[in-house]
Design a protein around this ligand. Structure first.
Ligand code: SAM
Ligand code: ZN
Length: 279
């Protein structure tokens, strides 16, 4: 059977992994079997964080159901265009904290439609999310892994995506090659403002992120805004379950959404693009 080299590295010894059928194996015979959906679990037990195993099944389902209805299609579109501006033939794109791969696969499909030959991979600490991502697109390599110990080799990525996910500067600097890019997405100041107004007595705006990050040169920023209209209680609850506020909100406040069947709310995102290097 023919073997191919994976983008991922062995989480035990750091050597490259060969894919042979359903197994990923390094030269030291550390072996990891892929799941039925096609992802591989490269999270070793010492790196598992019981407090933060990533998004649970319910969070993943809520986000998938919501995103698959296209409510954030305007963000995906701008993100695709932003990546298209910086990508080159044969680039490796890694989505760190890919969730269930909505943006990973959206960008991959957009680039393939434009005949760009690229390799795409995603990692996330939640196996529920990665399982869903792997089912979405079989041409993208997915692994369960931590952003704080990304199982890929040094300087192996041309473009790193980091969309509403934890940030780890040192790991990102390690894996992006010289001249490579980091594309981050964070919520904008007034993101979901009307939703927050219903739930909280005194809602806060999101703080803008300082653009300067040591080791990176800030290149470009896009602000993406649109009003969206949610026409069912299910969609409203799914949106709320996707937000970081969901688990920190009092039940009495959460209940304010239980009878709501229509919501028009602002969405606002910042796409921040950086190049690896010093100014
Ligand atoms: C808000 S979700 C965003 C997911 C995806 N990028 C999206 O926008 O649809 C944050 C993701 O980060 C993942 N995550 C949290 N801690 C992580 C870690 N230490 N390493 C990798 N992923 C992590 C969660 O499991 C979750 O899927
Ligand atoms: Zn190994």
């Amino acid at each position: 059977m023919c073997c191919k080299i994976s983008l991922f590295t062995c989480p035990v010894c750091g050597n490259s992994l060969e894919i042979n059928g359903k197994s990923y194996k390094c030269i030291n015979n550390h072996t990891f079997d892929s799941a039925k959906s096609g992802y591989v679990n490269l999270l070793t037990s010492d790196r598992m964080n019981a407090k933060n195993p990533g998004d649970n099944k319910l969070m993943v389902k809520s986000r998938s159901d919501f995103l698959d209805k296209g409510y954030y299609g305007h963000l995906l579109e701008k993100l695709c265009e932003s990546v298209y501006e910086i990508v080159s033939e044969n680039n490796v794109i890694l989505d760190a904290g890919c969730g269930e791969g909505y943006y990973t696969s959206g960008i991959y499909n957009y680039l393939c439609d434009r005949k760009m030959a690229i390799q795409s991979a995603g990692i996330d600490i939640s196996k529920h999310a990665v399982d869903k991502a792997a089912k979405r697109c079989h041409d993208i390599q997915y692994a369960v892994g931590s952003i704080f110990h990304i199982p890929v080799s040094d300087s192996s990525c041309n473009i790193l995506l980091n969309v509403f996910a934890p940030f780890c500067r040192d790991e990102f600097l390690r894996i992006i090659n010289d001249g490579g890019y980091m594309v981050m997405v964070i919520p904008g100041r007034k993101h979901l403002w009307e939703l927050k107004n219903i739930v909280y007595e005194r809602p806060y705006e999101n703080n803008p992120k300082p653009e300067k990050i040591d080791g990176f040169v800030f290149w470009k920023k896009y602000n993406v805004q649109r009003q969206i209209e949610l026409e069912s209680n299910e969609d409203i609850l799914n949106l709320f379950a996707m937000t970081p506020y969901f688990y920190n909100t009092r039940i009495t406040d959460r209940e304010k959404l239980s009878e709501l069947n229509f919501l028009k709310t602002n969405t606002e995102f910042e796409i921040l693009i950086y190049r690896k290097g010093d100014a």
